[in-house]
Design a protein around this ligand. Sequence first.
Ligand code: SAH
Length: 344
Amino acid sequence: MEVSVDIIRELNDTKLQELIECDEDTYNVLRTEADKVRRERYGTEVFLRGLIEFTNYCRNDCYYCGIRCSNKNANRYRLSKEEILDSCRSGYKLGYRTFVLQGGEDLYYTDDKICDIVSSIREEFEDCAITLSIGERSYDSYKAYYEAGANRFLLRHETADEKHYRRLHPDSMSLDNRKKCLFNLKEIGYQVGSGFMVGSPFQTTGNIVSDLRFLQELEPDMIGIGPYIMHSDTPFKGYDNGKVSMTLRLISILRLLFPYALIPSTTALGTLSPTGREDGLKAGANVVMPNLTPVKYREKYEIYENKICTGEEAAECRDCLERRIERAGYKAVTSRGDVKSLIK
Ligand code: SAH
């Protein structure tokens, strides 16, 4: 089978499904083409995003997630504003020019608190991008954070299929609202990231086709995917993990469908395979997210089991990732790394 940006964009759902399920030979062609397109757009650059997991409190109860509110074994923590700023300071020294504040949906951080944190980071690190990944909030809240200085927002849609969504989430949550949030964020002016888990329980290849179609409708600037990984303190205890190989081929398909996109090679990939993140880069990813969370909290942000990189200080984490990036044949860069949207 021949694959290129033009061919892949024209595939109907059946053909796209066939491509997702393709044999190893076709995947090799796909990966080579994805790497070519990535080099045309972004050269060998890999952007670094300093990740600060600032709270593991969450009001939601997603069946797959280890920090769901019903998990009484989760050891909860929150970072103070000073701890967050200190993490940014360490990250800045290491050359990071994007800070990603990620957490459970924790309403302890009111709009005022988020705005205060964001504007303090903005004031101290003028040349940096601030990314929020704090789940679903109202249009007005998102707008307030944007006005306080946030530039980007990560909110994976998780699955674009209503029936599948219902099997992963309690009734209190809704796919419509999640999608609405993504369009609101876009309208406000954020660079928006979305994505989904690969191999989450009950996921079919048809569901993945819906995920790709939804992403085509949304046209996000950033697309994050990673394998689903089981956590024993969830209703999905004992379910199989997602597959690294499927995640890699989807990264290649994403690169061809969205040549301009910023696509991370995720920690979840590295958790399931020692070379997972290198392989993700070779498959078409161009972002990595070194962890900046103070080490004493790291293990507590356990959305899935056996998460890697929980013991290293920020500097070690950076060195390790830089070596991995170089081994894969690319170059870590410290620029802000905004999406090259002009050449969409
Ligand atoms: N509360 C924020 C951040 C969630 S954590 C939000 O709602 O966006 C970031 C991502 O981790 C989630 O979007 C989900 O896709 C992923 N995740 C959660 N549990 C996981 C698991 N068990 N395995 C793999 N990825 C998981």
